[in-house]
Write a protein that binds this ligand. Sequence first.
Ligand code: AMP
Length: 191
Amino acid sequence: MNILLLGPQGSGKGTQAKLIASARRLPHIASGEMLRSAMAAQTPFGLLVKPIVDAGELVSDTLMIGLIRERLEAADAHGGFILDGFPRNLAQAEALDAMLGEITRDLDVAFELQIPDELCIARLLRRAREEGRSDDTPEVIGRRLEIYHRETAPLVEYYRATGKLVSLHADLTIDEVAREIDEALGQAVGA
Ligand code: AMP
């Protein structure tokens, strides 16, 4: 089962991806977490991307596509995956299609978590207090949402055109959203 989640920062994408991953035994491939762990380990790659991530800008497509390609090639992703945070723009979506095409696989579902910006901002500011993420400052949150609307939101139409898009309201409880995702997955892949 190959699943991806689209939605602005604070929509609950990461939380839902983790729930699906554990319920369905699929690897949760979260591009932002991969970057943050490289940053924390201060690898050359981590040091390179840190200023970009801290500013809320997008890391280059070349770097991100390479990172995700390598991750999808790992043995644990051969039976399926949940992508969270990638693709973030059209170039990345096209690269993902090409990668999946090479290994003759296809996406099953692209979920879109819909939520008003005000709620995202409130959730992210709360997370900032709880987790202290370096890119959860009010200015950087604003920048990340702006980039989401400009670069990532158009992917909703891209996936709608493939017939794989499932849009959900994400301003509900974690359990309610999880139930809707589960039902949609059942319908999409008969599981
Ligand atoms: P996230 O945890 O998904 O909110 O990502 C945190 C940050 O990592 C983003 O604000 C970007 O700076 C960077 N990032 C994560 N995924 C991508 C991606 N697919 N393309 C470019 N930058 C990314």
